[in-house]
Design a protein around this ligand. Structure first.
Ligand code: 7TS
Length: 412
């Protein structure tokens, strides 16, 4: 059953403020989401009652903190339907998780002449780790292209993924084009050729049901802060057999089994990949954010965002001076909408929209090869979450119309 938007909004005090004397329309959720009271209280509660370092103390607070941390891991496991909580590695965020895979699995398995396949729409976090790995190993990095509508081109994927491919790494949802990639199909294709697949779930896990076993991805990384947890916590899912075979990422406390003067052995997964004191409060906050999302239901979260896209996208595409990138069909578009206004610089657009209380991002969105492919240097981008409303969408459209008047007396 759908949730009440008024109940939801009551949980987000930050959204009630006025900005530049206008109602705030927060449409920069692809950069980071806002935190509900429940997450803020969970942090306060943790620090007021349970705070201690984990996996090392026998005192009561240490045991409580360890339980809180491991409970959060189980919540993540169930959220993405992993087989075991051992397959959930806490990271600093999506970037950290992707770097982990490149630096461990990649370092151990890529050889000269091998091929790594990504797509041209990748965020730099799912591009540079593979680019640098390929350079280090004298391997080849290949890019899957796009269709005219900005979807991942599966025909091109079938050409690019071959028996030479060792790793395929693709965003589950684009942070610019608002497209969802056929990750399950890509996983099957990668596996047919003996390659592994890494999903970048930064823009997908917060917005739609994700089932890593159904997708059959080998690794899947995402960030907590885009789904309402504190910054500095994220998740790397990896199949247990792969994680076990991989060398550690960083060395230090808690990731070891035994240390001698001249050699060491490693803890079992997932602790092998969690060296040093971890972001325990972050994990607790993430667990609470997951509870919150699950109380709404991820299908309802996705449906609410789809309703907003169905409403706002035709209004945007109807404006002759606005160009929307990615699919024009709302049913093919997520709540991430990149656009430009005639020849206005996107930073000017974002600044003008902010004067009307509308928060959007402008820039290359950490996807410069995609910008190059589209013949652009930058775009403005509005990105919606489940707590956004039609009023936010109306305010965006109104502010865009006012921006046109402001810059050009209404004549462009
Ligand atoms: N992958 C994708 C698809 C992303 O959108 C982002 C962040 C990342 C990886 C990296 O996530 P992080 O939490 O480790 O930084 N994307 C954006 C964005 O679009 N605007 O700000 C951050």
């Amino acid at each position: 059953m759908a949730y009440s938007i008024n109940d939801v909004l009551a949980d987000f005090p930050i959204l009630k403020q006025r900005v530049n004397d206008e109602r705030l329309a927060y449409l920069d959720n692809a950069a980071t989401a806002q935190r509900p009271r429940q997450v803020l209280s969970a942090l306060q509660d943790f620090y007021e009652h349970d705070n201690a370092n984990v996996h090392r103390g026998v005192h009561t607070l240490a045991e409580r903190a360890t339980k809180d941390y491991e409970d959060a891991r189980s919540k993540v496991q169930h959220f993405i339907n992993a087989q075991s909580s051992d397959e959930i590695v806490f990271t600093k965020g999506c970037t950290d998780g992707l770097n982990l895979v490149a630096a461990t699995y990649g370092e151990a398995n890529i050889e000269a002449g091998d091929e790594i396949v990504i797509s041209i729409m990748e965020h730099h976090s799912n591009l540079i780790p593979w680019q640098q790995l390929a350079l280090r190993k004298h391997a080849t990095l290949k890019y899957i292209g796009l269709t005219d509508q900005g979807q991942l081109d599966m025909a091109d994927a079938r050409q690019k993924i071959t028996d030479k491919t060792k790793i395929v790494a693709v965003a589950h949802a684009s942070n610019v084009l608002g497209t969802v990639t056929p990750l399950k199909e890509l996983a099957a294709l990668a596996h047919q050729h003996g390659a592994i697949i890494v999903g970048d779930g930064a823009q997908a896990a917060p917005h739609m049901p994700v089932d890593v076993r159904n997708l059959d991805v080998d690794f899947y990384a995402f960030s907590g802060h885009k789904m309402m947890s504190p910054m500095g916590i994220g998740v790397l899912y990896g199949k247990a057999s792969l994680l076990r075979a991989m060398p550690p990422y960083q060395y230090g406390g808690e990731m070891i089994s035994d240390v001698h003067r001249d050699r060491s052995t490693w803890a079992d997964i997932p602790l092998k990949f969690e060296a040093g004191t971890q972001n325990v409060a972050g994990a607790v906050g993430l667990g609470t954010a997951i509870d919150y999302l699950q109380s709404l239901g991820m299908a309802n979260v996705q449906a609410q965002e789809q309703k907003l896209v169905d409403y706002v996208l035709p209004k945007l595409t109807a404006l002759p001076y606005v160009t929307v990138y990615g699919p024009q069909d709302p049913s093919q578009h997520t709540g991430v909408i990149a656009f430009n206004m005639a020849n206005l610089h996107p930073h000017d657009v974002a600044t003008a929209l902010d004067m009307d209380g509308v928060a959007v991002r402008a820039g290359h969105h950490c996807a410069q090869p995609l910008m190059e492919e589209l013949g652009l240097t930058a775009t403005a981008r509005a990105s919606f979450y489940f707590y956004n409303t039609k009023s936010d969408a109306d305010q965006l459209i109104k502010a865009i119309k006012e921006t046109k008047e402001f810059f050009n007396g209404g004549t462009f």
